[in-house]
Design a protein around this ligand. Structure first.
Ligand code: MF3
Ligand code: CO
Ligand code: CO
Length: 275
């Protein structure tokens, strides 16, 4: 059974399995955190070029987060020691920033979560490095479409399964695989809260969407088959068949007549190419 809990912006909320329903003050908090998150992804565009290390990008993300009056929610989260996740090519998610450099032809996901005034703005985008193959660019485009098609379904009275079903149908029409091991999540005061937002499923199933719900949609779409494996560092998830993988993520809030995207790019840099 799905339980909902109406919460005020200043109360302490627990990870108790309930879906939180928020009011106007919380929307304002998420709007600010989400905007900062999107601005960070806008600002790093000139840096995300061949030859840069992912550690240098992570340093810039940390600097921009702190400059924005926030802290990176990932820093110290379950032992994670970085300000972003940077996932290259066949890395599905949770790539760890390192001295590895970006190369011409790479496709890269950068995922940031500034925690601003107690609100989590969680978003990620793909970046294309130099000349990227047509098949990789197509994967990136379709993955962005998957996110936006899912967001289109996010309105009161719909169900969470409607979102997953729409994403899965579009990905599979394009003969891509939808990752099942990771999902979107409730977000707000907590980084990862109920509900789980699965990027596949059947229409008409799952919790009903209600005004005031905050959650992420963050489909991971593989050029090959869906299964992933975890590397021995305990974080990095890669495609089992070593095929390319792409992901975009927005944090959204359900409104009376649809949804508000908290993490839209102020500069209109929604998907590559960014210049
Ligand atoms: N930002 C990721 C998400 O979209 C979570 C990263 S947790 C970390 O949910 F510890 F891996 F950074
Ligand atoms: Co997320
Ligand atoms: Co994220």
């Amino acid at each position: 059974m799905t339980e909902y809990q109406t919460v005020t912006a200043d109360e302490t909320v627990l990870r108790d399995g309930t879906i939180k329903l928020h009011g106007p003050e919380a929307f304002e908090g998420m709007r600010k955190a989400g905007r900062l998150a999107a601005e960070i992804l806008d600002e790093i565009v000139p840096l995300v070029k061949p030859g840069v290390t992912t550690a240098a990008i992570d340093d810039k993300v940390r600097e921009l987060t702190l400059d924005g009056g926030a802290v990176p929610a990932t820093l110290g989260y379950r032992g994670y020691a970085h300000s972003s996740c940077i996932s290259i090519n066949h890395v599905v998610c949770h790539g760890i920033p390192s001295e590895k450099t970006l190369k011409d032809g790479d496709i890269v996901n950068i995922d940031v979560t500034p925690l601003l005034d107690g609100w989590h703005g969680d978003t990620s985008r793909m970046y294309c490095i130099g000349d990227v193959s047509l098949k990789a660019r197509r994967l990136v485009d379709v993955t962005h479409e998957c996110l936006m098609i899912g967001i289109d379904k996010a309105k009161p009275g719909a169900r969470l399964g409607d979102i997953g079903a729409a994403i899965q149908a579009y990905a599979e029409q394009n003969r891509y695989g939808v990752v099942r091991e990771f999902c979107g999540h409730g977000v707000g005061r907590l980084f990862h809260d109920a509900p789980e937002v699965i990027h596949a499923g059947r229409p008409g199933t799952g919790p009903e969407l209600k005004p005031g719900m905050f959650f992420t949609i963050e489909p991971m779409i593989n050029l090959g088959k869906p299964p992933v494996k975890l590397l021995s560092d305990g974080w990095t998830a890669v495609t089992r068949d070593k095929s390319l993988s792409a992901q975009f993520e927005h944090s959204i809030g359900i409104t009376e007549d649809g949804c508000e995207i908290f993490t839209l790019s102020p500069k209109g840099l929604h998907k590559p190419p960014y210049e």
